[in-house]
Design a protein around this ligand. Sequence first.
Ligand code: PLP
Length: 405
Amino acid sequence: MNKSDFPIFTNHPELVYLDNAATSQKPSIVINAIQDFYEKSNSNVHRGIHKLAEESTILYENSRSTIAKFIGAKPEEIIFTSGTTESLNLIADMLGQYFGTSAKTKTILLTELEHHSNILPWQKIADILKWKIDYVNIDNNYSLDIQDLDYRLRTLDVSIISLTNMSNVTGSIVPLEEIGKLVKSKSPETLIVVDGAQYVPHHKIDLSQLPEIDFYAFSGHKMMGPTGIGVLYGKEELLTKLNPTKLGGGMISKVEREHSTYANLPEKFEAGTPNISGAIALASAIDYIINEITEDDINKLYNLTQYSLTTLLSIPELTVLGPQASENRGPVFSFSIKNIHPHDVAQYLDNDNIAIRAGHHCTQLLHREVFNLPATARASLYYYNEKDDIDKLIASIKKLITTFK
Ligand code: PLP
């Protein structure tokens, strides 16, 4: 991988981009894929019999196959959405509809690490079904407390557990295999939904090796793809049982005056004209990951994670809110600095051309109830970051601390 593959860095040579957990930068191959589609192949998918319609349908369906192969799934198990948020809303709504006839009060289990996108859709469903919501705690190392999960599985009637694969705040990685086995051994009927928004961009996920995981959501834009495209994976046998919540053109088999029948998987979940260029460009981003992100790039990012952690931890005024060792954590560092508001930190760093994020990062529960802080500053890395970026970050933070003293 070459940093020069990313035009944003040519246009902003001074930029130190450390806001990758919010969105990643895009290589030319992805940007060109969008332009190429509109210049050479633009047509709607699935409904035409002219050549361009056939071509765009093939490109769109090939993209689905690329994505399916990348995560160890079948093409029929890949539903295109606009991103993780839509994927989680979709699965929550579909399960809500599915369980709508069950009179028994059950629990939807979430964790303290969850992003608002993995809380609000479930709160809506719990309200409709008159179910309960409960949360698995995190431990002193900001990781999911497996014993607490075990306890809740034993004491609650958990119908659905929805949890992140990697926190966008603490960087903690949630051990899916262990959790999947634990959940299904204690409660075989419990459905497991995973928010993979932060995990997929940095890690290989092979869902064929994780048979306990029922649904998995992620976004294209955090893994070098464009905005407005994402994926909901669902096990074929489960998707077959669910009904779509978005209805209209492109997802039907037969329409009659009073009733209609739906198309097969995955079309039945993709009503309306989809984001065709987005799907094609996401497949380009995946090709880029497969072909250009080498073992060296992966090791470099791991070493940079270690280096960032060590250097951040060496600043006495700074607290890292996340695992203090680089094992089982991703390259996301939320921190607070004594007596300096995170917004001031981000503003000051921006003056040095360092882009980080400040706020609650869509995790108000985690910030308010666990950290007891309204906000933190967050630096997050991706494959194109260099040691020099971290050195600039650390130098700017130290300068800021001296200035505010
Ligand atoms: N889940 C996590 C852990 C995230 O970090 C994000 C985005 O920041 C989301 C969900 C929502 O993703 P999107 O905005 O792409 O729908």
